[in-house]
Design a protein around this ligand. Structure first.
Ligand code: BGC
Length: 746
């Protein structure tokens, strides 16, 4: 058989198999879709493309559903209301098409896991999958069958509040974590009542927002778009994510919701995606203030021509598509395509068989096993950045601890952003957990010092110092409140807010060992505080079980194993700072920092290399970095060959020995560098990682396989291929260390 034909046949078999996993065969579903479509009026098609925010059981809402004017409703949470809305849709509307009920279930519904950035710090896809599964079990019991997650926008700007929802700066790590989340939300079978359709958002390049200001413009050359921002989305499409969502931003002058290149050329033509594409909230309408459309009618036209299937709260489609079709500006066939995608999703979810949610007396919220998974996730999300004199874990000579800081006992703040349905009263804070679990072992002296993160009053600091003086060790829980990160929560100054820097300095003066735990929605610039503290744990916002997780880490019942999914800058002016940068023609060397420049020094007296006078060339902590209570030694990096040729795979292995006293997990990372390229390549690129548990004094051999696909990159002609030449490879504990080995592709 001709090769191309064979490939086509294989692809269709695979598609059929994957669709069968959704419960019905491809053909049977497609047949039903066509049947329905052939009976639909133009208005009914447009109705399917309309998503509205819930208005409960108002007459207006019921009437719209009855007359087929709504395809999906978001934010309704009352099961009885949802069932009644569905009953109207499937019993009283002409074609009996069920609704899809949607909600943002981002890092938990009731049981809240760490923010996605924290989950990414676990470098453990299973943790991420578990989080999404628990969220799915809880949210589907409330009638939600579609979540707007995972958010897989790569971002290199911690000023952007939505970095909290992301998996950080790296396309590979984000791809792996995004896929795990999709698996968790969608389960083995999308038509199971406990599965939710996932949504890959925001398509695309939202994380490239200028100056980290939300909704801002992005300028992204196509090569960078394909290299950095698109890979997680392509992976999500291949992983069978049920839906995609447009982003708010414009890319190179074209808003995503009107972007044919993204939504048609890439998503549909190149990736062959057959799921559904929804706009973001009002993003079709917002093409007017963007300056891309004069009015809502033009916005509807541009969005539908760009292949946006569903209008989320924009009223553009419902108000204008009919006229656009009648006037000949929009071909009805385009609407048919969108409606097919929407109906396909409803079939995949099994909504035609059973649109209802079981009404239960006992909801599956906060189950013991869910809380345990949330605690495990919170433990794995914490990154140990510093541990001078092994102050952590606290040893048995510590008889008293002072628990201080605005985040030490704030149930709502440790939840982080995007958890509308969480109940803070279910959260266990660090103070609560330390008292509860370790209160017999140590005396706990609590004094917040500052009542909330932005608190500018220094009144409490004196009391905090007095508490510190009475204790053997100071545990300071610093950071930012939940409300300071997330959508529209960009910050230009990302240092510790309020008087926290003063609190750290005052506590340091007591001379007591100072452990600082940072609970935040983003990387904060904390160079001074890191210098002053004896130990630093970066905990992000850890969710419901953040307290017990941190308490166990501090007292040594658990060992830190998180690694940074994003670079921590020293100061804002370094942003964007990320590990996969280019080398430049004058890489940093002979660094003279601003305070070391002699007065009256000549312009020519300093080195002419690439760095900041006041920040140097390095971040505070690099991507991939994180310590353990144990230590690991990397040795014997072995390559299966010094040369790789077409069709071959290179095997790279390394021995990792736990040389410390604790059984512990280590994230072993694989980086490569293409030394010379027709387009310059980054100094390092993550190509693989493995989190392994190693007992003290034991050695594990970790093996990675490098294929030509790992060496390939998008070249100027927009073809992804590898170039022959020399490559470097590292197996390392982070992006800045490890011994280089070389190989050639020829
Ligand atoms: C956000 C999306 C979210 C949507 C629905 C928008 O403001 O950008 O991420 O899914 O609202 O709540």
């Amino acid at each position: 058989m001709h090769r191309l034909k064979l490939k086509k046949l294989l692809t269709s078999v695979l598609t059929a198999v994957s669709l069968m996993c959704y419960g019905q065969s491809n053909n049977a579903v497609e047949q039903q879709i066509e049947n329905l479509l052939s009976q639909m009026t133009l208005q009914e098609k447009i109705g399917q493309m309309n998503q509205l925010n819930t208005a409960g059981l108002t007459d207006d809402m019921k009437g719209q559903i009855r007359s087929g004017k709504v395809g999906s409703i978001l934010n309704e949470l009352d099961v009885q209301t949802i069932n009644e809305l569905q009953r109207i849709a499937v019993k009283e509307s002409r074609l009996k098409i069920p609704l899809i009920i949607a909600r943002d279930v981002i890092h938990g519904f009731k049981t809240i896991f760490p923010i996605p950035l924290g989950q990414a710090a676990s470098w453990n896809p299973k943790v991420v999958e578990n989080g999404a599964r628990v969220a799915s079990l809880e949210a589907t019991a409330s009638g939600i069958r579609w979540t707007f997650a995972p958010m897989i926008d790569v971002t290199r700007d911690p000023r952007w509040g939505r970095i909290a929802e992301s998996c950080g700066e790296d396309p590979y790590l984000t791809s792996v974590m995004g896929e795990a989340m999709i698996k968790g939300f969608q389960g083995d079978n999308l038509n199971s009542p406990s599965s939710m359709a996932a949504c890959a958002k925001h398509f695309a390049a939202y994380g490239a927002t200028e100056s980290g200001k939300d909704y801002n413009t992005t300028w992204v050359p196509e090569v960078q778009l394909r290299e950095v921002y698109l890979p997680p989305f392509e992976k999500a499409a291949k992983a069978g994510v049920a839906t995609f969502m447009c982003s708010f931003n414009d890319i190179n002058g074209v808003p995503s919701s009107g972007n044919r290149f993204l939504n048609k050329q890439i998503l549909r033509n190149e990736w062959k995606y057959d799921g559904m594409l929804v706009s973001d909230w009002g993003s079709i309408e917002q093409m007017i203030p963007h300056g891309f459309c004069t009015d809502l009618k033009e916005a509807a036209e541009k969005a539908v021509l760009a292949g946006v299937d569903m209008d989320m709260m924009g009223y553009a489609y419902i108000n204008h598509l009919e006229e656009l079709v009648h006037s000949g500006k929009v071909n009805e066939k385009l609407l048919d395509e969108s409606v097919r995608n929407i109906l396909r999703l409803k079939f995949r979810l099994g909504l035609f068989n059973n649109p209802y949610t079981k009404e239960r007396t006992q909801m599956p919220y906060y189950l013991a096993e869910s809380l345990q998974k949330a605690k495990d996730a919170a433990i794995e999300s914490v990154v140990l950045l510093k541990n001078n004199h092994s102050v952590l874990p606290l040893n048995s000579s510590v008889k008293s601890v002072a628990v201080i800081g605005p985040l030490s006992d704030s149930q709502a703040d440790q939840l982080g952003t995007w958890c509308f349905d969480a109940e803070p009263e279910h959260c266990i804070t660090p103070l609560m957990a330390i008292r509860e679990t370790y209160g017999k072992q140590v005396q706990v002296i609590a004094e917040k010092g500052l009542t909330y993160s932005r608190d500018k009053s220094e009144k409490g600091i004196e009391k905090a110092v007095a508490a510190a003086q009475k204790a053997d060790v100071v545990l300071l829980f610093a950071g930012e409140e939940a409300v300071l990160s997330g959508e529209a929560r960009s910050r230009a100054d990302i240092s510790l807010p309020g008087k926290q820097a003063e609190l750290v300095a005052a506590l340091k003066k007591t001379g007591k060992p100072l452990v600082m735990v940072v609970m935040a929605g983003r990387p904060l610039t904390i160079p001074k505080e890191t210098e002053l503290a004896d130990a630093v744990l970066y905990a992000f916002h850890g969710g419901t079980m953040a307290g017990p997780a941190l308490a166990d880490l501090i007292f040594g019942k658990a060992v830190p194993s998180g690694k940074l999914p994003v670079t921590l800058p020293r100061m804002v002016g370094q942003i964007p700072i990320y590990y996969a940068h280019k080398n430049t023609g004058r890489p940093a060397s002979n660094i003279t920092l601003i305070d070391d420049i002699e007065v009256g020094a000549k312009q020519t007296s300093l080195g002419f290399t690439s760095y900041h006078l006041d920040a140097g060339d390095t971040p505070l902590f690099p991507f991939g970095y994180g310590l353990s209570y144990s230590t690991f030694n990397y040795s014997d990096v072995k390559l299966s060959s010094a040369v790789i040729s077409k069709g071959e795979t290179l095997t790279v292995s390394c021995n990792v020995t736990n040389t410390g006293n604790y059984d512990a997990s280590e994230v072993v990372q694989l980086y490569i560098r293409d030394k010379v390229g027709s387009l310059i390549r980054p100094v390092k690129e993550l190509k693989g990682f493995e989190k392994i548990f190693i007992k003290a004094n034991e050695t594990h051999t970790v093996t990675f396989h490098i294929t030509l696909n790992d060496l390939a990159y998008w070249q100027a002609d927009m073809v992804k291929r590898p170039e022959t030449g020399e490559f470097a490879v590292w197996i390392a504990p982070d992006s800045q260390s490890g011994k280089e080995a070389d190989f050639k592709y020829q």
